[in-house]
Ligand binder design. Structure first.
Ligand code: HEC
Length: 149
């Protein structure tokens, strides 16, 4: 009788242990899958957010991937490249467009893009005229809408 009980309980414990192990493995599996899905979704959504605004280079050397500029806005890009990089790198505009917020923390909307254009134009020795800033704004509005897609 005692042998029977002993075997019985050992078996039982064995079964319980197995069941625990299986549950443990399953739970770990589920958690790993959930984490992988979360990471994949995060990568996917960040990829989508920046997919339309492609930049090359970093920091003050940052520039726009020519492929992300439509033909009709190429002359505007030429103006922006020359005029808006005299006092700071183009990353001030491009990174701001990607992040949606300026280095000083102001949301980069159509309204603030226009306001900054005017502020830059008014700076002493800005080296731009109103027509050039208008062309740059046209491009920035386009890039802003692309970055928001
Ligand atoms: C005459 C020099 C000069 C030129 C040219 C210039 N900027 Fe600036 N820009 C500055 C300075 C200085 C700052 C630092 C903050 C400030 O003074 O507003 C700045 C800051 C900025 C900021 C960030 C503002 C913030 O809140 O952090 C943006 C955006 C910007 N410039 C866009 C442009 C655009 C677009 C052009 C071209 C149309 C341009 N800049 C041309 C001098 C210039």
């Amino acid at each position: 009788m005692s042998i029977f009980f002993a075997t019985g309980s050992t078996k039982k414990r064995g079964v319980n242990m197995n069941w625990h192990n299986i549950l443990g493995k399953k739970l770990t599996g589920v958690l790993i899958t959930a984490a992988a899905v979360a990471i994949a979704l995060a990568l996917l959504s960040s990829g989508i957010a920046n997919a339309s605004l492609k930049v090359v280079g970093h920091g003050s050397k940052m520039s726009l991937d020519p492929k992300s500029i439509p033909e009709h806005l190429k002359p505007n890009w030429e103006i922006m490249k020359k005029k808006c990089s005299r006092c700071h790198g183009l990353d001030v505009e491009l990174e701001t467009l990607q992040k949606g917020v300026t280095p000083s923390g102001v949301p980069y909307t159509r309204a603030s893009i226009k306001a900054y254009g005017m502020t830059m134009l008014r700076k002493t020795d800005s080296g731009m005229n109103a027509a050039e800033v208008r062309k740059v704004l046209e491009l920035l509005y386009f890039l802003h809408d692309e970055a928001a897609k």
